[in-house]
Write a protein that binds this ligand. Structure first.
Ligand code: HEC
Length: 217
């Protein structure tokens, strides 16, 4: 209201925008909990700071992103995770899986018994890139195609005990080298890397290494 208070807000905000402060909530004018982040908090619109608006740890995010003057912020309308790819490093990938980000993807309607060596019951998710490629019948799925399979073990469990992951890291499949492979079950990792031999050997018969019947059931 007073010009003095306004000045304080600007000073605080500037200080935070330049990365010199751990002060909480620079905006002050409104509770920062509104996820849409409409810039009604003040004239400066807080293009960047959004204190605490990103609960799911994005491990690759650089902490000191430069102000790129994007007052609208991230598109909040669509479900989180639709465009997010699984990280290709074990620890980050497990955290990503545990956060359930892939659950925004198209999926099989039910858990069913695996016809492969995937520890019993499974449910497969595919990202929109892979779905489009499967629909189009492409011989090689594009880079950025990804699939996650939940592993439930034997005996009708409804708890996820692990995951199998495939992510296309190159447009060229190159005998499986264009795919990143990962599997963890009950805390044990059974494959992590590009072109993992045991995975490639069995998946080679699929549509560019994808084996689950499509359209998903
Ligand atoms: C002996 C064969 C075999 C081996 C070895 C194998 N898989 Fe599979 N995998 C399958 C079959 C069959 C499916 C289809 C779904 C099902 O029945 O489980 C599948 C499905 C998948 C899926 C879901 C996407 C798709 O292709 O359908 C992922 C992800 C996956 N496997 C990852 C892996 C990884 C990672 C490894 C290596 C650690 C691996 N698989 C090893 C047979 C195999």
């Amino acid at each position: 209201m007073s010009a003095k208070k306004c000045l304080w807000i600007m000073i605080l905000t500037l200080g935070v925008a330049q990365g010199c402060g751990d002060e909480d909530e620079p905006g002050g004018a409104e509770p920062e909990a509104t996820p849409e982040g409409e810039p009604e908090g003040g004239p400066e619109g807080d293009p960047e700071g959004e204190p605490g608006s990103e609960p799911e740890a994005a491990p690759e995010a650089t902490p000191e992103a430069a102000p790129e003057g994007d007052p609208e912020g991230e598109p909040e309308g669509e479900p989180e995770g639709l465009d997010e790819l699984p990280p290709t490093e074990g620890a980050a990938l497990e955290a990503w899986l545990e956060a359930g980000i892939y659950k925004a993807w198209p999926a099989e309607s039910e858990v069913h018994g695996s016809t492969g060596p995937h520890f019993g019951d499974v449910r497969t998710y595919i990202n929109p890139t892979l779905e489009g490629s499967l629909q189009g019948g492409l011989a090689q799925h594009p880079e950025g195609s990804a699939t996650v399979k939940e592993l439930f073990g034997r005996g009708g469990q409804d708890t996820v005990l692990g995951w199998s992951v495939m992510r296309k890291v190159s447009g060229e499949s190159a005998g499986g080298q264009g795919w990143f492979w990962f599997e963890v079950y009950n805390g044990n990792t059974f494959g992590e890397g590009v072109g993992v031999g045991i995975c490639v050997g069995c998946h080679g018969g699929g549509q560019d290494f994808f084996l689950t019947p499509f359209p998903l059931r």
